[in-house]
Design a protein around this ligand. Sequence first.
Ligand SMILES: *Cc1c(COP(=O)(O)O)cnc(C)c1O
Length: 357
Amino acid sequence: MSRFWSDHIHALEPYVPGEQPQQKMLKLNTNEHAYGPSPKVHEAIAAKNNANLRLYPSADSAELQHAIAELHQVRPQQVFLGNGSDEVLAHLFNTLFLRDGRPLLMPDISYSFYKTYCAYFKIPHEIQPLAEDFTLCVKDYSQSRAVPPAGIIFANPNAPTGVALPLESIEIIAQANPDSAVVVDEAYVDFGADSAVTLLNRYHNIVVVRTLSKSYALAGMRVGYAVASADIVAGLQRVKDSFNSYPLDSLAQAAALAAVQDRAYFDEKCLAIISSRDKLTKDLQALGFNVLPSKTNFVFATHPQHEAESLQQQLREHHILVRHFKQKRIEQFLRITVGTPEQCDTLIEAVRKILCA
Ligand SMILES: *Cc1c(COP(=O)(O)O)cnc(C)c1O
């Protein structure tokens, strides 16, 4: 607190990220990639590092923008890059959701940064509870309203539940809200869900947000992007260029380009993580956990006889970090990142010891 702060700083509710410990811990708490990026990424960074860092980077990350456009079969003008998808989301909230007091709709259990941005930009929002089984109720987002929402946002697959929504449901929502932007945060989609990018041709109100932090193992590089109609991207560009025209440094652009282009490595590692996830799910079920069906690189699990928060603390004593949210409806769940097969075994062994103690 300082009397020199601007007035609105007092009311902010900053997002609290998962812990990045200094000591050696098995980190299964922030959904980082189990294996790390393609070796080509390191080569690309080294090559760039020897090049001319005296120069500013490409302001719109043109080469990377073209590569991502090709990947998704869209035009480069439909791709907007940012310093992590969190920044892309912030620009989206600012660009799309401040329309004449119309509300933003979002689920009660979702990525908590959405509420933080609502507070930051003073965006009115309405929370729609997920169903008992943590699926999204499509009718909550598709019924007609006196005041149509400015927008709708949800993560698909959802975080922190891991549950995926079928594309038909997203289509119903987009169709029912022709005057609202529908933002689909696909941070985890590469681990087995269907992307709404394929709906962009038909629904110009859909915005898909992606990150290279999870499936491309580049959390440390901070690269995210949105794919949308060229008109929406032009709005994002205006906001970006009123704030920071060079969000991605040269090394991040080079690393991201190499990561996106190495499809063989990407596919192999996504499949490996999916297979570890399915085994981890079975192993946790064998220990009595209920595990939500996950299409991500994490599982969301609850044990009928053991308090989640206490399990989290005991796992920490075994030098394993997992994520627990002190939030209604999910306080008995742990979110566990899928590691390598060895890391998953280490976790299962520790859980077994804790449950038997
Ligand atoms: C990890 C995550 C992000 C943020 O990704 P960055 O690109 O690292 O900022 C956004 N949305 C969801 C749902 C996430 O889990």
